[in-house]
Design a protein around this ligand. Sequence first.
Ligand code: UT7
Length: 339
Amino acid sequence: MIYATKITGTGSAYPAKRVTNGDLTKRLAELDVQTSDKWIQARTGIQERRYSDLSNPKESNASLAATAAMRALEMAGKTALDVDQIIVATCSPETNLPSIACFVQRDIGAVNSWAMDINAACSGFVYGLVTASQFINTDQIRTALVIGSEVLHPYLNWYDRSSCILFGDAAGAAVIEQVPVNNESKILNWYLSSDGRYANHLHIPACCPQDGDDDSCQEKNHETGHIVMNGREIFKLAVRRLTKMALTVTDKEGLSIKDLDWLVPHQANQRILEAVAQRLEIPIEKVLVNLDRFGNTSSATIPTVLDEAVRQGRIKSGQTLLLDAFGAGFTYGAMLVRW
Ligand code: UT7
């Protein structure tokens, strides 16, 4: 291989509406579902999250994705015309057809690109980076936009207090470009896997046409069209697999955990992040976190927390980052990056 891939720009976009734990507590109390700011903070680390205004086209999944993409292009010093490929990772598209990526292509004017969505749930951004980088490394394309974008709150089951408090809406994007393989700054290594045996631990039962002509299928039960989650099992699996992947991918590159400057994990629960950091013996200060302010935004957690740290100047040239994700499926993805 004579080419490699480098992340040259990042961007993010959030809906305006902040929903605090206090707001959620009040909303759930109206449904006779009990929770509290104290419980949510203590058990998850989340303080607030954002919800899109579904009547505002600027806050749709596709619009958030396009805004994040434009910010990433600006940082990379590129225009939409330079983009050869757009991959949007999402599990909450507003349309089944066409893909969110095609809306992004239209909205930013990336007329020279081809576009598609992928669904690997919360691992989607890492899956997208790996996919796009294969086209770049084999010289099929030079520049790609990889986006993780979600408007998840319409899928929440307000009667399930263990899951509805977790999720929020956001989009994050990265521009990735071709560089010579001996470039210092590049994607160093990656690891992907999935395990469909755990599919039922986290899923959204579809409201399918096969169910018959049923406009009220969301009312049949609280599960149809809503997130169903086995939180306790996911917690255990997540800690185990995030730890194992971190060791696997650093080992593949001949590095050790001590060589990492930043762990950039999927933002699901502060206690998961702490348990992984403890097992890997990484100081918690080296773990990037934004879930306190945005909750779990699925495929958007890694690109948004990355973008925040890049813009704050915390991530510096030459540093080594480990992206580490798990999600429904289960899907797992880790990537080692030299910035
Ligand atoms: O992207 C991946 C998405 N999903 C995840 O990553 C989920 C991973 N799992 C978790 O984050 C945690 O398991 C949860 C936050 C979902 C739950 O926390 P937990 O500490 O594992 O709680 P638990 O399920 O063991 O429940 C303990 C108690 C239960 O009450 P009882 O049976 O002991 O009386 C729950 O009913 O906490 C109760 N509980 C709540 N209480 C107040 C569950 N949710 C709430 C709530 N407010 N929101």
